[in-house]
Ligand binder design. Structure first.
Ligand SMILES: [Zn+2]
Ligand SMILES: [Zn+2]
Length: 283
């Protein structure tokens, strides 16, 4: 351990996302960035010497309140299922050989006893120290790595498939939105046209109603006195335009008679043709 521990910030690249954590460095070199390789249980590292783990401890990671911390990500990473596991990291751009191990304080491996209240401990080992001289250890470790790698590839493929599905879904919704937007514009136009047509029809209807009313009134009223109902037909023009009173009083003609005034002929007030005969009609 160094005399005066210093605060570090460490970025852990967890494949698809990063976790930024803080801690206290104890031992010499500590990288500021590490790449996650895979998870192992203690049984996967048969030669890991826990007796001397404290000499491999390079940093303790504390959860600092009010500071940005991605501890939950690290917690989720190291706690799989019902138990805790060791997360193995390597330094970006460095050759194979060094192994950074992050252990949870509650891990059954016993590493947590050195942590002094820290949530995680960061250890640095050489692969040789972890795997020993037995080729069988290397083979079993490579097997673990292979399993972790294929599981990662499978997860990535699943994520990729999910992403493609989401893209397809997004495209579908975009197309639907565009169609609905166009349809809405068309419907608005159609609505405007329909409103205009209704306005025109209403105008025509009002005009027709007014004409009809006028015609009805005209057809019933006597053209001369405008008070009595007309009830005299002139022949041969056939117009029914005046009442019996007006025929007698203003035209000086008796209804139902043949008119034969050559000097001053009676004329139909509507068509101005000479009237030969006037007859009373009953509606
Ligand atoms: Zn009249
Ligand atoms: Zn007439």
């Amino acid at each position: 351990m160094t005399e005066s521990p210093e605060l570090i910030r460490l970025t852990l690249n967890l494949h698809e996302e990063a976790a930024c954590i803080q801690g206290i460095i104890f031992n010499g070199h500590c990288p500021s960035e590490l790449n996650f390789d895979h998870l192992v249980s203690l049984g996967d590292l048969p030669c890991l010497d826990l007796q001397y783990a404290s000499s491999h401890l390079i940093a303790l990671l504390y959860e600092i309140p009010e500071a940005t911390s991605d501890f939950p990500k690290l917690n989720a990473l190291t706690k799989e299922g019902s138990g805790y596991r060791l997360a193995l990291f390597s330094e970006p751009g460095k050759d194979f050989g060094l192994l950074y191990i992050i252990a949870h304080s509650e891990d059954k491996s016993g590493l947590g006893k050195y942590f002094n209240g820290a949530k995680f401990g960061l250890f640095l080992y050489h692969y040789k120290e972890v795997l020993g001289d037995s080729i069988r250890n290397y083979i079993s470790f490579i097997r673990v790595m292979k399993i972790a790698k294929s599981s990662f590839i499978k997860k990535t493929q699943d994520k990729y498939k999910e992403l493609e599905d989401k893209k397809e879904e997004k495209k579908h919704y975009e197309e639907m939105a565009e169609y609905l937007s166009k349809r809405s514009v068309r419907l608005k136009e159609e609505l405007e046209t329909a409103k205009l047509a209704i306005q025109q029809l209403n105008y025509q209807l009002e005009k027709k109603q007014a004409q009809l009313k006028e015609r009805q009134e005209q057809s019933m009223e006597c053209m001369i006195c405008r008070s009595c109902m007309k009830d005299i037909v002139f022949l041969p023009c056939g117009h029914i335009v005046i009442c019996k009173n007006c025929l007698i009083e203003t035209m000086n003609v008796t209804p139902n008679t043949v008119i034969n005034k050559r000097s001053n002929p009676i004329k139909c007030p509507l068509c101005k043709n000479p009237v030969k005969e006037s007859k009373e009609v009953h509606f």
